[in-house]
Design a protein around this ligand. Structure first.
Ligand SMILES: [Zn+2]
Length: 609
């Protein structure tokens, strides 16, 4: 799945030692404290144009320049704004373009100047923007634009200090063609009319990777007092049904980990080319439509993105090397929300499936990338986006939970969020907090060696807790009874099976399953054309493994409709492993590539070489 990992090793040459290896920004000397964006959205030119005003905090009084991150931006002019609000052009330069990190924008900062204005335009190829023509939207009438800033794509649409170590508040004015609605990771007013002129304020300080904008034909449906969903009109009703539990999940999380501190919590359903499951943009989670299963069975993703309102958005990893602090905590909290909202059987099944995914990925990852604390210097931080940060991080926290007990561990996690709210943290901060708050107070429960094995060691320690979901035992028994001819397929009662049980059934089909058995199962349950994206994905992987051709036409349709990298990348990777399937893979990709997000495209390009 991450065959492209080793190909992306470059060395960054900084003119000075920037404090974050994935950013050129000199935020140790001059730091952005507030940003104001004024941008016009042009679908014809696939361009954002306008200016950004940056308020600066001089940490080093002798500093003479501020350094920002950019990628593929055209900088038209930079103005220094003095205390009398006079705008004077100031010198700037762009460094040579690096394929991963972009260009440093170095701006001369006269004494007394604490605000600058940068006039700029984005490129149609900006990695953080996807411009969709109407035919790639659900409604097929209006174009759509959305951003994806994490990990370091904000710099492709905003000249900014693009590092999670810098937090700033922001405001914005966005002009769009009339009839389209703009929404940001800010104070969206559900009553806004789609008049093409929008203003936003985000008072809570956030890192750049949480800057977000979406523009399209969007309508709103309320889910609760402070929750709602934006979607294209023909998706709105099913989305509102699917996500009805959102308010209840917020209340559950608050009862465990303290108040939700961001005001509203809304969801925005994007077109199917969105490369991820969800993106935790504050106040406005971006979502793939592939979680709309019709039966609310995939809403763990909402639990995940919601959990980020505590882990990640509120308490943020200082650099991408500490990504597990964002995602391991979030995956842990997600599973706790699922347990409280839908019961421990469901939580167990989801966890066991995740542990299996981790195990598979560990078999392919270089050892150094299996540590919780990573060293991604010189590499694209998206390389750290593996199950290690998510699931190994979650297992580590479950290990601590089991050693100390929930009565002790839950208040500890809550205190971690409270004490570091709106701050940034590294792995060492966590270890120090763990020592004073847990280890010293409850000695003898966890050894330093055990901690080091998790944080700095490869793989999963032998003493790591594993999940055994008892509901899967019945699935496994039924499957082998059918395969051995003991039970007829029609005699198995599948009426109450959850998505997770279907996935277990499919994933457990052994290599010895015959073509006739695959066809019987497919015809019995129409699984090649199933609407549930997770079940379809599991089945297509099996179809590839067994070269079961009746699934290939529906799989082609799936790959052309959906751009979520979690599905698309493993399917192409599996196809390219089998020489007999490579022509099919190339043909499907040639037709689908234009509809994929630049992030998905870049990943799949690597496996299609
Ligand atoms: Zn996440």
């Amino acid at each position: 799945m991450r065959a492209f990992l080793t190909l992306l090793v470059f060395t960054v040459s900084h003119a000075y030692a920037a404090p974050d290896p994935h950013s050129y920004a000199n935020f140790d000397a001059v730091q952005v404290s507030h940003a104001h964006l004024d941008l016009a959205v042009s679908f014809e030119r696939r361009e954002l144009s306008g200016f950004i005003d940056l308020d600066l905090l001089r940490k080093d009084p002798a500093a003479t320049r501020v350094v920002l991150d950019t990628r593929d931006l055209s900088i038209d002019e930079v103005l220094a704004v003095d205390a009398q609000r006079r705008y004077t052009p100031t010198a700037f330069s762009l460094s040579r373009a690096d394929p991963i990190f972009g260009q440093a924008l170095r701006i001369e900062l006269p004494q007394g100047v604490e605000r600058i204005r940068v006039r700029y335009r984005t490129s149609p190829e900006a990695s953080g923007l996807q411009w969709l023509p109407p035919e790639l939207t659900a409604g097929k009438k209006q174009p759509f634009l959305f951003t994806q800033s994490q990990a370091i794509h904000a710099r492709s649409w905003v000249p900014i200090q693009d590092t999670p170590a810098v937090r700033f508040s922001y405001s914005a004015r966005i002009s769009t063609p009339p009839g389209l609605l703009a929404r940001m990771s800010a104070n969206n007013n559900p009553l806004d009319a789609a008049n093409g002129d929008y203003r936003f304020i985000m008072q809570q300080a956030i890192p750049s990777y949480l800057l977000a904008l979406a523009v399209g034909e969007l309508k709103f449906a309320a889910l609760g007092e402070r929750t709602g969903v934006y979607a294209e009109p023909n998706v709105l009703e099913v989305a509102a049904y699917e996500f009805e539990d959102t308010e209840r999940m917020i209340e559950i999380t608050e009862s465990l980990y303290g108040p939700y501190r961001w005001g509203r919590y809304d969801l925005l359903v994007l077109p199917a080319s969105f490369p991820f499951g969800g993106m935790e943009n504050p106040r406005l989670t971006f979502l793939t439509p592939t979680v709309i299963a019709g039966d609310r069975s995939l809403v763990a993703l909402i639990a995940h993105e919601l959990a980020h309102s505590w882990s990640g958005n509120l308490v943020t990893n200082r650099s991408w090397d500490d990504f597990w602090l964002n995602e391991g905590f979030t995956t842990y909290v997600e599973n706790r929300i699922v347990e409280a909202a839908f019961g421990s059987e469901r939580a167990d099944m989801e966890r066991q499936l995740a542990e299996r995914d981790l195990q598979e990925e560990l078999e392919e990852l270089p050892q150094a990338d299996q540590h919780l604390r990573l060293d991604l210097r010189g590499r694209d931080p998206d390389d750290g986006l593996t199950e290690v940060a998510y699931t190994k991080g979650m297992i580590f926290l479950r290990f601590l939970e089991q050693r100390f007990g929930r009565a002790v561990f839950d208040p500890f996690v809550r205190a971690w969020f409270d004490r570091h709210a709106f701050g940034t943290v590294g792995t060492d901060d966590f270890l120090a907090f763990l020592k004073t708050e847990l280890l010293d107070r409850h000695p003898g429960k966890v050894s330093g060696e055990e901690l080091a094995t998790f944080i700095e060691g490869p793989g999963l320690p032998a003493f790591a807790p594993r999940t055994h979901a008892t509901r899967f035992d019945a699935i496994d028994a039924a499957r082998s009874d059918w395969l051995s001819g003991k039970t007829a397929l029609a005699a198995i009662d599948t009426s109450a099976w959850s998505t997770q049980e279907w996935m277990r059934w499919i994933e457990g089909l052994p290599a010895s399953t015959t073509p006739a058995q695959l066809a019987e199962f497919d015809q019995g349950y129409q699984v090649s054309v199933v609407g549930n994206s997770e079940i379809a994905f599991a089945w297509y992987l099996k179809a590839i493994e067994h070269d079961y051709r009746p699934a290939f036409a529906p799989m082609q349709d799936f790959l052309q409709r959906i751009g979520r990298r979690k599905f698309v990348l493993p399917l192409y990777t599996a196809l390219m492993r089998n020489p007999g399937q490579q022509d099919y893979a190339r043909k499907v990709y040639a037709e689908a590539r234009d509809s994929y997000h630049p992030i998905t495209r870049a990943s799949v390009d690597e496996v299609m070489r």
